[in-house]
Design a binder for this molecule. Structure first.
Ligand code: ZN
Length: 343
């Protein structure tokens, strides 16, 4: 196991590598790895893993491989460009506990560009924050994973167990990227996911349910509207009833969420209906997204302080990323144990 006297060395090693880490984060943020376009960012990560001597596995997710697995989410877009990357560290003698360091490379769309104070894929540092889409969610986390291992190496140490550094796609919509890693055989005694959690440790997590409701009405000319049935207006009471359910679920919440203001959120995210302004709408479709509860996932979510994720002017605190990197580096050393670095 890690001797406590390594602690100061490892913390100093994170500081020594921090300028390089910030540059790495900037490079990663400048790559617009929107869903379906993660390829070049994944190549960049794969190269960074390879340079560090990790064995790199880069593969395209095949939906047929994961379709039958629990946790699989229906696929609505092409997986033509859905590449996962895993770098594996193998110790000389494995005597510690293995670890997955997971992060997702995909970022959510930027929305109307004129609402940003600077271009979302041109990272900008101001007063200790790095701005840019994906800076917080969660490229700073990927950088923290990678540079935590660098800090050990710089300290002359290597984890004394397998460490799998994963960069996955498809987190922002389904989670199928992480599922594909499981299917490919990547298992470990624990996993850390440095999502932007404001340096809080998450032991229970909300999941996501997406669903779509299609309501059929009866079309009629507006002059004879009372003979028709308005599909759009018929959705209003349904949405209201779903918010009633949301209220009940929040009252019945899991004890892990006792202190949380409102853990379960129904969000009406899209609505579409009707064909013609002079006709009573014959159809209406709405999507909703629900964050549901899963407990007992043997993974820790712990990551840096970020603001405006999924919004305009997303930003991550660089000092927070530094602290998280130090925490992960010390955790790896303690969890996996260490051995002298070879080579
Ligand atoms: Zn995320």
């Amino acid at each position: 196991m890690n001797a406590p006297n390594h602690t100061e060395t490892i913390l100093a090693a994170v500081d020594q590598g921090f300028d390089e880490q910030v540059r790495f984060l900037g490079d990663l943020v400048s790559m617009p790895s929107l869903r379906g376009a993660e390829g070049s960012a994944q190549d960049f990560v794969a190269a960074a893993l390879r340079v560090r001597g990790l064995a790199v596995d880069r593969w395209r997710i095949d939906v047929e491989d994961i379709r039958h697995l629990p946790g699989f989410s229906p696929v609505t877009i092409s997986y033509e460009n859905a590449w996962n990357v895993v770098g594996t560290h193998r110790p000389r003698a494995s005597h510690g506990r293995s670890l997955i360091l997971n992060g997702h490379i995909d970022v959510v769309p930027v929305g109307p560009i004129e609402m940003w104070h600077s271009p979302p894929f041109r990272p900008r540092i101001h007063e200790g924050w790095m701005y840019g889409r994906g800076a917080g969610d969660m490229k700073a986390g990927i950088a923290a994973n990678l540079f935590a291992l660098d800090a050990l190496a710089r300290s002359g140490l290597a984890p004394a167990a397998e460490v799998y550094l994963q960069s996955v796609v498809e987190e922002e919509c389904t989670g199928n990227g992480a599922l594909a890693c499981l299917q490919r055989g990547y298992r470990a005694d624990a996993a850390i996911i440095p999502e932007p959690m404001g340096e809080h440790l998450l032991t229970a997590q909300v999941g996501v349910v997406w669903f779509q409701v299609k309501v059929m009405g009866r079309p009629a000319h507006v002059a004879l509207a009372s003979t028709g049935a308005n599909a759009i207006e018929s959705c209003f009471p349904l949405v209201q009833a779903l918010h009633g359910l949301e209220h009940r679920w929040n009252e019945l919440r899991h004890p892990s969420f006792a202190g949380h203001l409102h853990p379960i959120n129904f969000v009406l995210a899209r609505i579409e209906g009707g064909d013609w302004t002079s006709s009573v709408p014959a159809w209406c479709t709405f999507d909703m997204r629900v964050l549901g509860l899963y407990g007992g996932i043997p993974s820790l979510v712990y990551g840096p302080w970020a603001e405006n994720i999924h919004a305009f002017d997303e930003r991550v605190s660089l000092e927070s990323m530094r602290r998280v990197t130090k925490t992960i580096a010390l955790f790896v050393a303690q969890w996996c144990g260490t051995e002298p670095r070879s080579g």
